[in-house]
Design a protein. Structure first.
Length: 371
């Protein structure tokens, strides 16, 4: 999403008209999840995508149309003869895509969203999908809400729903006119139009704590940022821990690793990668990490080093259950040799852990690829 927002901001700064397309609902084997985005400029430039390619061409034309006529449209792609793309998504799933021109109001809020994402601030973008104000946004962060969906009662209702989702990454479409609506939104819209469907897209970057400022940490910081993590690099050695080596890191800290870990918030979305490969750093750090709530704890080292490390950790009083949480040697078996390849193998394990994947080759599996 960040690259798409960056492109929108650049085009708007250059007075180039543009449109934004986002997946707002999926069913079945859709190639990309809700929230995936594509932006198109009047010049024809494209950034991002909303499919594996099967509907991007049609969405591109819808974006060009939105730039020309200024209208917001919600299109459903399901492969039926009635869908805009007659051949349909080749994966067999269904996707709904909202296409809207970016006007001044949208530009302001999307620019603010871009800033918050770059700062790794938790934020929810609410977008009306139907109704008189389709395409309107409300942006809610820790400091309050900005924007409007065109109705005060609806804005208050959405602000409450968005607050509940703040800090929880993901996207969901809600029907604000559903029966049993506690705010009476259906009645308030009677005689005008139905209460709209609204997309609530919550952005909350998980934290990747990289301990070890060597070549492996340098490569992993780049990949981690690309995957949407808030990357923090920590090392006690100032000669290695130079910020210019880690331009994609949100923070670079020179401190003993276990001391820094004691000062930062950690939850089940946090990933801790111990790349220092030195017992004097690793043992106090892993002792604290394995007793904490981090969802992923991995450590670099050979199998011999891992065996030595386990004995030292047992001497610190860690239980077999705590030690079972340690992923070491870190990463998936890709046959990696270089620092970049090793970072890729670690990142692959992070994705598999975060998304519940097996790490096995897809060619040998019968399970669904997209869920």
């Amino acid at each position: 999403m960040e690259s798409v927002l960056e492109a929108v901001r650049r085009w708007r700064r250059d007075d180039t008209p543009c449109a934004l397309a986002r997946i707002v609902h999926t069913r079945g084997s859709a190639p990309l999840p809700v929230g995936a985005a594509m932006a198109v400029a009047a010049s024809g430039e494209i950034v991002g995508g909303v499919s594996g390619g099967c509907v991007d061409g049609t969405v591109y034309e819808l974006c060009r149309q939105a730039i020309d006529d200024g209208r917001t449209v919600l299109e459903r792609f399901d492969g039926s003869d009635a869908s805009p793309l007659s051949q349909g998504p080749t994966c067999g799933g269904t996707s709904e895509v909202l296409v809207q021109p970016v006007d001044d109001a949208g530009d302001t809020l999307l620019g603010r969203l871009d800033e918050m994402l770059r700062g790794r601030e938790p934020v929810v973008l609410a977008t009306a999908l139907t109704g008189d104000h389709a395409g309107a946004h409300v942006l809610l962060g820790a400091d309050g809400a900005e924007g409007s969906l065109g109705d005060d009662l609806l804005d208050r209702h959405i602000a409450r729903l968005a607050t509940e989702r703040l800090g929880r990454a993901g996207a969901v479409t809600v029907d604000t006119g559903a029966p049993g609506d506690p705010d009476g939104l259906t009645a308030s819209h009677r005689g005008r139009s139905h209460a709209p469907r609204v997309l609530l897209h919550s952005f909350a970057a998980p934290t990747l704590l990289i301990f070890g400022a060597g070549a492996f940490g340098e490569s992993l910081s780049r990949v981690g940022a690309m995957l949407g993590y808030r990357v923090v690099v920590c090392d006690a050695r100032p000669a290695l821990n130079r910020p210019e080596r880690f331009p994609d890191a949100h923070e670079v800290v020179t401190r003993w690793p276990h001391e820094h870990l004691d000062t930062v918030p950690v939850d089940e979305t946090t990933a801790i990668c111990v790349l220092t490969h030195d017992h004097k750093f690793d043992i106090p750090l892993l002792t604290a990490a394995l007793r904490g709530p981090a969802g992923y704890v991995g450590a670099m080292g050979s199998r011999r080093v891992h065996a030595e490390r386990l004995e030292l950790l047992r001497a610190e009083g860690l239980t077999d259950r705590e030690l079972a949480r340690l992923r070491s040697p870190i990463g998936l078996d890709l046959g990696a040799r270089t620092a970049e390849e090793t970072a890729l193998s670690i990142a692959a394990e992070l994705v598999a852990h975060r998304r519940g994947g097996s790490g096995a080759p897809l060619a040998g599996l019968e399970a669904a690829i997209h869920t």
